[in-house]
Design a protein around this ligand. Sequence first.
Ligand SMILES: *[C@@H]1O[C@H](CO)[C@@H](O)[C@H](O)[C@H]1NC(C)=O
Ligand SMILES: *[C@@H]1O[C@H](CO)[C@@H](O)[C@H](O)[C@H]1NC(C)=O
Ligand SMILES: *[C@@H]1O[C@H](CO)[C@@H](O)[C@H](O)[C@H]1NC(C)=O
Ligand SMILES: *[C@@H]1O[C@H](CO)[C@@H](O)[C@H](O)[C@H]1NC(C)=O
Ligand SMILES: *[C@@H]1O[C@H](CO)[C@@H](O)[C@H](O)[C@H]1NC(C)=O
Ligand SMILES: *[C@@H]1O[C@H](CO)[C@@H](O)[C@H](O)[C@H]1NC(C)=O
Ligand SMILES: *[C@@H]1O[C@H](CO)[C@@H](O)[C@H](O)[C@H]1NC(C)=O
Ligand SMILES: *[C@@H]1O[C@H](CO)[C@@H](O)[C@H](O)[C@H]1NC(C)=O
Ligand SMILES: *[C@@H]1O[C@H](CO)[C@@H](O)[C@H](O)[C@H]1NC(C)=O
Ligand SMILES: *[C@@H]1O[C@H](CO)[C@@H](O)[C@H](O)[C@H]1NC(C)=O
Ligand SMILES: *[C@@H]1O[C@H](CO)[C@@H](O)[C@H](O)[C@H]1NC(C)=O
Length: 381
Amino acid sequence: MQLHFTLLLLAYYCSTHIAASGGNGTTVQCLADQAAFLLQLKHSFYNPNLSSWQQCTDCCRWEGVGCNRASGQVIILDLSDRNLRSIGGLSPALFNLTSLRNLSLSGNDFGLTSLPRFGFERLIELLILNLSNARLFGQIPIGISPLKDLRTLDSSYNIGLYFNEPSFQMVVGNLSNLRELKLNDVDITRGGENWSNSLANSVPRLQLLSLDACGLSGHINSSFSRLKYLEKIILSQNSISGEVTQFLANFSSLSTLDLRYNDFEGQFPTKIFYLKKLRSVGLSWSNRLSVHLPHFPAENSLELLHLIGTNVTVSVPSSFVNLKSLASLALSMGEVADVTIALISKLPSLQSLTLHGSGSEKPNFSWISNLERLRYLELAY
Ligand SMILES: *[C@@H]1O[C@H](CO)[C@@H](O)[C@H](O)[C@H]1NC(C)=O
Ligand SMILES: *[C@@H]1O[C@H](CO)[C@@H](O)[C@H](O)[C@H]1NC(C)=O
Ligand SMILES: *[C@@H]1O[C@H](CO)[C@@H](O)[C@H](O)[C@H]1NC(C)=O
Ligand SMILES: *[C@@H]1O[C@H](CO)[C@@H](O)[C@H](O)[C@H]1NC(C)=O
Ligand SMILES: *[C@@H]1O[C@H](CO)[C@@H](O)[C@H](O)[C@H]1NC(C)=O
Ligand SMILES: *[C@@H]1O[C@H](CO)[C@@H](O)[C@H](O)[C@H]1NC(C)=O
Ligand SMILES: *[C@@H]1O[C@H](CO)[C@@H](O)[C@H](O)[C@H]1NC(C)=O
Ligand SMILES: *[C@@H]1O[C@H](CO)[C@@H](O)[C@H](O)[C@H]1NC(C)=O
Ligand SMILES: *[C@@H]1O[C@H](CO)[C@@H](O)[C@H](O)[C@H]1NC(C)=O
Ligand SMILES: *[C@@H]1O[C@H](CO)[C@@H](O)[C@H](O)[C@H]1NC(C)=O
Ligand SMILES: *[C@@H]1O[C@H](CO)[C@@H](O)[C@H](O)[C@H]1NC(C)=O
């Protein structure tokens, strides 16, 4: 309390001091209260690696800080990748910076403390909230749910973050302007099997969805077809079952589809391969998923195709040579035929190749020298 008061007093004193000695009236310097909140935040770290954050200087010029120069309010706070270690979790002073639009605390160490349940709701102007890789723990706070302008939410890669039922529905349900949602490693199992329905009914403008290793199960609900602006869908390392839904072939902006390590079954919709913007398809290790490789058109931008551990039903088509951009290929087949090898050895951009299969009895590896860009080669089984 005393520290807070002293900081505030100092900040007020400094700001009048600076204004008197310099300002030309066209730009406003950092407001005294904003500087005081930032200094409080700085003092909540063991190792405040923020040397420019000094009293009696314009806080709008401090590293990681950006202001609205008309109002003097702090609107950007980017503390990413500074290895800051906090003393007692997230300082409440943060939530007094109520004009923040971009906030990143990614790449720091909050010492496995929980996020406060409430506080975030005061940052009502936030567009970007990045809490990834920050050693945070516990339930995703429902204080995030009123942030209706939020465009980007990333809370990936913390040790023990989770959504409680019904918090997933509550938090996501209100973020209707969200464009990017990254919750990799966040445990959503307690949010129930309704995750796809919740998203479909809440975040219609979503462009990036990344839910790697979230403990998801159940089927993808057909309502998911509403998320037609999706460009990247990453659902790898979950236990999602059922068919890969046909409507994905209607997502005309889709560039990345990563469904690896799930329990999908049935026929993968071949039409998805014809999407014009498609660059990356990962289906490996859904053992009961059948994939029929199409005739690839000459105009295509596929860069990654991972089908190891799926049921590839036909041989590699001759149009494979059209995959001029393909940099990474992983295939498993009952028999890797010479004709397949001949096609693969003509792929000019290939950097990474994984082939699992019985192969030929007298392997002839001379074709490898055709692949001038190859850096990784795996020939197993
Ligand atoms: C006022 O000060 C700011 C920053 O110190 C400077 O960028 C701007 O050009 C100045 N304007 C005038 C009219 O001198
Ligand atoms: C201090 O922060 C900078 C980023 O501005 C970072 O590159 C550097 O590694 C940090 N130093 C320490 C000791 O963490
Ligand atoms: C900062 O926020 C707290 C509530 O978290 C409030 O009690 C306090 O008055 C605020 N400080 C200022 C100076 O606005
Ligand atoms: C802040 O967010 C805006 C809006 O998304 C974005 O254009 C800008 O690049 C971001 N700035 C920083 C420094 O993160
Ligand atoms: C969050 O910050 C990390 C580290 O700076 C960055 O790698 C990641 O892409 C950011 N997330 C989003 C959604 O921009
Ligand atoms: C959702 O947002 C509205 C205002 O936009 C707010 O009144 C309501 O409390 C929010 N719901 C939750 C669960 O936060
Ligand atoms: C599933 O989600 C929908 C839409 O968000 C909701 O109306 C419904 O009640 C949820 N069902 C269950 C069983 O939670
Ligand atoms: C799928 O969504 C429909 C309509 O939104 C809903 O009635 C149904 O219960 C959902 N199915 C599952 C398994 O959640
Ligand atoms: C794809 O879109 C077309 C035209 O909008 C529509 O008729 C069709 O039913 C959609 N297919 C699926 C599987 O949703
Ligand atoms: C592989 O696909 C074929 C043809 O679709 C099918 O008959 C077979 O049962 C599939 N195998 C597995 C393990 O799903
Ligand atoms: C290996 O294949 C190349 C090209 O197909 C051929 O020229 C060469 O003679 C073969 N080597 C052996 C030992 O069969």
